[in-house]
Write a protein that binds this ligand. Sequence first.
Ligand code: PLP
Ligand code: COI
Length: 339
Amino acid sequence: MEKKNIDWGNLGFGYIPTDKRFVSNYKDGAWDEGCLTSDANVVISECAGVLQYAQTCFEGLKAYTTEDGHIVVFRPDLNADRMIASAERLEIPVFPKERFIDAVEQVVAANEAYVPPFGSGATLYLRPFMFGSNPVIGVKPATEYQFRIFATPVGPYFKGGVKPLTIRVSDLDRAAPHGTGHIKAGLNYAMSLYNIVDAHNCGFDENMYLDAATHTKVEETGGANFIFVTKDGKVVTPKSNTILPSITRRSLMVVAKDYLGLEVEEREIFVSELGDMAECGLCGTAAVISPVGKIVDHGKEICLPSHECYGSCNSETLRHSHRHSDGQNPCSRRLDKSY
Ligand code: PLP
Ligand code: COI
C-alpha cells in the first residue's frame, strides 16, 4: 500500500479529510447497516437535536503502524464501552459494541494510506461521534440519529510537541457533581472553550480543573487526565466521579503496577499536596503523556523537575518540586500576570 505524500513528521493536531468515513443512521427504532462513504459533509435540519440542545457525544482513538509494519488500534473495545455510557446518559440510542469495533476496522482499512509510518511521531486519529439529527424544538431526545467515524492523520496535540507544559489552576468548573463530567459529551467541551482561550491568552497551555463542590481537589484538564509521581515514587491519579475515565490513564496504571512493579494509587488529590509531587503529566489519546513543568495556583508557582528551567536554573528546589510563594524565582517569566 503506497502511503499518501504527507509530511508526517510535521503534522499538528488538525483535521485532514481522508478518503473514507463510516456512516450509520438510526430511524424507526433501529440502526441501519451503515456503509463507508467519500462524502465528508453532513446535511441536517436547522432544528436537529444536536444543533438545538447539543445532543451529541464522541470518542477518540488512534491507529498506529508497528515496527514490523502492522497496523494496530489501541483498545477500541474500551472506546466502544465508553461511548455506550455516554449515549445512555444523553438518551442517544446505543451503537452496539461489536458494530463500533467493526466500523473502526473498516475506517482504518479504507484509509490505510493515511496511517503514518512507524517512527514518524504521527498517528491516524479516529473520531467516532453520534448526534440527534431530526428536528426537535421541545426539550426532548431526538428520534433519529447519525453515527459516524472519520479518520485524520495527526501529530502532537500541544504546540511544539512533547515539552513541559505550564498550566494554571482554574477558577471555572468543568463538571458538576452528578453532572456529565464522566462521559464524553460535546457539551463538556463547548463550555470549556471560554476558559481555554483565556488560559492561552494568559500564556498557559491548559487549565487544571478542580472539583466543583469544594475547589480543593484536582480533577483533570479540558482534554486529559492527570497522573502524578510522588516524591516517594508512588504513581497517583485523581479518583473522582466527575472526570472522564481515560483509557490511556487506566492503561498506564496497569503498566506501572503490573509491568514496572511500581506502587500505584487512585485517590483524591488535594491542591495543597501539589508541592509534594515529583512529577506531573497529562495523559490521553490526543495528549499522549505530556509532562507538566509548572502549575500556577493564583500566583503561586509549583515547579516540577521537567520544567524547562530544570538543569539551567541555579535552584536545588527545582530538582525536588517546590512551591514558590511569589514571582521572585528563576521560573517566573509569566508571573507578572495577575489573575
Ligand atoms: N479527559 C478528557 C476531558 C478528555 O477529553 C480525554 C480525551 O479523550 C481524556 C481525559 C483522555 O481519555 P483517553 O485516554 O481515553 O483518550
Ligand atoms: C482525545 O484525546 O481523543 C480527545 O478527545 C481529547 C480532545 C481534547 C482532543
